[in-house]
Write a protein that binds this ligand. Structure first.
Ligand code: IVC
Ligand code: ATP
Ligand code: AKG
Ligand code: FE2
Ligand code: MG
Length: 327
């Protein structure tokens, strides 16, 4: 067997789905696309960029008009003019644990806005879904929704989001059929705490996560990869309003502190192929997050131990394209 053929055999043996496409070049070099489908949308360069790096940034994807509408709806939620079932309104730990009088400015994140038709419009935008399909295939579930309002740092660096892999939170697989879309709602840069990514880490495995040992405190469930090595090459994703990054759930990423006076806003959704399946995380490194999620969910819905990690995902997931085949 030639070396290229042997490499191909090894790659295919490690796949949990058939390769999306196989391209062979006349020189005998064989490249197997592991992370993207052939949908005629991504250019060959874009496809190879995602395959190699685990993310791709698309400039100016979401219109100003849509973003202004999301912002207005966010403000309505903060003013408590609407109450959305299931939605979590989160405050930064430095504010939640101080005497600071809570007002709309205290909101650091909305989570689970799937029942808010105006915010959930983001997850169904055709310009987003056509990219998502390149990673998930045609049956698409919106699994996790967030509007992040990173507050000006209160002086304890609690506005940082530690480096992590989103797959840590997910009891479904395969990882390669999951993707996050994250859209800047205004200019984001190093000053207000843009996303920071470690390119190529999507080719590695899921790492152990827990709370980083930060003096000023860490927000609830903001786990970070254990033994984070700050020497690894990182890329700061500076983005303009409407720019959108799509990234793989194993890509290690986080965000720095917000050193400005403004609240840095972004809206995001984690999508998965509806053909994905749930896994039992018992006995795995994900048991610690399962425990925290179950504790919060049973308090929130006044249930005891009946609620499972899988349930928490199955009932907030929403089909946005195709058929709900499995998840
Ligand atoms: C891929 C994706 C999944 C990645 C991520 O999203 S990572 C981040 C995930 N984080 C979460 O999902 C956390 C969601 N947040 C929540 O569930 C809530 O905001 C809670 C943290 C439970 C707070 O609930 P809430 O109803 O606001 O309750 P209270 O204001 O009465 O506070 C209850 C106790 O919680 C504390 N708390 C509130 N906010 C935070 C915070 N940001 N970090 C740490 N602790 C916090 C608060 O101080 C209070 O504690 P005690 O006074 O009881 O000791
Ligand atoms: N011990 C740690 N564990 C996990 N993540 C960490 C740790 N220390 C820093 N990070 C994360 O690394 C990323 C970079 O952090 P840092 O505070 O240096 O911001 P920055 O974006 O590099 O800012 P600057 O432009 O000032 O260098 C952030 O996502 C931060 O949360
Ligand atoms: O917007 C950010 O700061 C990063 C959010 C993030 O990575 C997450 O919530 O998983
Ligand atoms: Fe994340
Ligand atoms: Mg730094």
């Amino acid at each position: 067997m030639s070396r290229a053929a042997e490499r191909l055999r090894l790659l295919i043996n490690h796949l949990d789905r058939p390769p999306a496409a196989i391209v062979s070049f006349p020189v005998g070099f064989v490249y197997v696309y592991l992370y993207t489908d052939d949908t005629d949308l991504l250019t060959p360069d874009q496809r190879l960029f995602y395959e190699k790096n685990g993310f791709i940034l698309i400039k100016n994807l979401v219109s100003d008009e849509d973003i202004d509408r999301f912002r207005k709806e966010f403000e309505r939620v903060c003013r408590r003019e609407v109450k959305i079932p299931g939605m979590v309104v989160m405050r930064d730990v430095a504010i939640a644990k101080s005497e600071f009088v809570p007002d709309q400015k205290a909101v650091s994140k909305l989570q689970d806005f799937q029942e808010d038709p105006e915010l959930f419009r983001y997850c169904s935008l055709p310009e987003i879904l056509k990219y998502v399909e390149c990673f998930t295939g045609p049956n698409i579930m919106a699994m996790h929704t967030m509007l992040i309002n990173k507050p000006p740092d209160a002086g304890k660096k609690t506005s940082r989001h530690p480096m992590h892999q989103d797959l840590h939170y997910f009891p479904f697989r395969p990882a390669d059929r999951i993707v996050c879309s994250w859209t800047a709602m205004e200019r984001v840069d190093r000053k207000n705490g843009c996303l920071v990514v470690l390119p190529e880490t999507h080719t590695s495995t899921l790492r152990e996560h827990d709370y980083p040992q930060w003096e000023g405190g860490v927000n609830k469930m903001y786990h970070g990869v254990r033994d984070y090595d700050p020497a690894l090459p990182r890329v700061h994703l500076e983005m303009e309003k409407g720019d959108t990054v799509f990234f793989h759930p194993l890509l290690i990423h986080g965000s720095g502190m917000n050193q400005t006076k403004g609240f840095r806003k972004a809206i995001s959704c984690h999508y998965a192929s509806a053909d994905c399946y749930y896994i039992d995380v018992k006995g795995t490194m994900q048991e610690n997050i399962e425990k925290e999620v179950k504790e919060i969910a049973s308090r929130k819905y006044n249930l005891d131990d009946e609620i499972t990690f899988k349930d928490t995902w199955a009932f907030k997931g929403r089909l946005v394209q195709g058929e709900r085949t499995s998840l």
